[in-house]
Design a protein around this ligand. Structure first.
Ligand SMILES: [Zn+2]
Length: 318
């Protein structure tokens, strides 16, 4: 996971200029100097960055006499861990591209080291991938909207700098691998989101295409059956007309009336009403302390599969 912090460079003339942009892309930079420490660029010390003894970080009007400012830096904290520091509001117009990309692109710098340390590279590269995936989601962008500074120069929207292509290829990477990894991360997140919103249990079907809703006093007492119905509403109506009967699924689970248990008189179980999102594992974990005990619930309820439906009244062993 990205290690995102925020320290807006409010003293920088770029911040003070106060212009905003409509974000249409992201430009990846690297600093061009051998200093992987965030404190070189981001300050003052927030307790994590460490002290910049030279006071030459970019939270000053014109850092080093230059009109420069970016939206974020990726590098090392004082304790050596890798972090991202947001240094401008994302939709603020940055001074990073030396061209018209300033009007459209978020720009961030990866702090360079000596360019030969593979471990450091891997960490900051991954951090940059995650930052870009995060920003793509925030601003409705895709990996195709990500370029590095040197690509921006080729497109005529940035000054003539080589970053990051003087560095990434030393470690077997390129902007194409970078974009591919952002794409993969976005796809994985989308899948996760979909899984979150998909209903793991479906609403009880109003009309069956196989099997029947059976209306009986108890599941075992098949002789008490007053009818078998494809349509749930008809089964419920029959149960209403015949006090003491219940609607059972084809598997023998009582689902109506909802406020009653089938084996009245016995109290050696509790009832759990299944809601959207429930799984047998979760229910077992909740009531029995261990998800792995879910077969006990299956047995008690005569379930043949692990599929459960919202609205079901499941007996839970005491
Ligand atoms: Zn650059």
């Amino acid at each position: 996971m990205m290690n995102l912090h925020k320290l807006i460079l409010t003293e920088n003339a770029c911040y003070k200029a106060g212009r905003t942009i409509t974000v249409k892309g992201i430009m990846v930079h690297s600093t061009g100097a051998n200093n992987p420490n965030l404190k070189r660029y981001v300050g003052p010390n927030d307790g994590l960055l460490g002290e910049n003894q030279y006071g030459n970080h970019w939270n000053t009007y014109h850092p080093g006499g230059r009109e420069v400012c970016v939206h974020a830096f990726i590098g090392k904290l004082a304790d050596g861990t890798i972090a991202t520091y947001q240094t401008l509001p994302w939709n603020h117009r940055g001074w990073h591209a030396g061209g018209s990309a300033n009007n459209t692109h978020i720009g961030f710098e990866i702090c360079e080291d000596g360019l030969t340390d593979y471990t450091y590279f891997q960490k900051v590269y991954r951090e940059a991938v995650e930052l870009c995936a995060y920003l793509c989601k925030e601003y409705g962008l895709t990996e195709q909207n990500i370029i590095c500074h040197s690509e921006g120069y080729k497109q005529g929207i940035a000054s003539n700098h080589g970053d990051v292509m003087h560095w990434f290829p030393k470690h077997g990477k390129s902007m194409d691998t970078f974009r591919a990894e952002v794409k993969a991360l976005l796809a994985a997140d989308t899948k996760e989101d979909t899984e979150d919103t998909v209903e793991p249990v479906v609403t009880y079907p109003e009309k069956l295409t196989s099997g029947y809703y059976r209306v009986r006093k108890t599941w075992k007492d098949s002789k008490s059956q007053v009818g078998a119905y494809r349509v749930l509403a008809n089964a419920k109506a029959a149960a209403d007309k015949n006090p003491g009967t219940h609607v059972f699924t084809n598997d023998g689970v009582a689902i109506y009336p909802v406020d009653d248990a089938t084996d009245s008189g016995t109290t050696d179980y509790r009832i759990h009403t299944v809601v959207k999102g429930d799984t047998l594992w979760d229910i077992a974990a909740l009531y029995l302390g261990k998800g792995s005990r879910y077969p006990e619930i299956k047995t008690l309820n005569g379930l043949k599969s692990n599929v459960i439906y919202s609205g079901w009244k499941l007996k839970i062993p005491n």
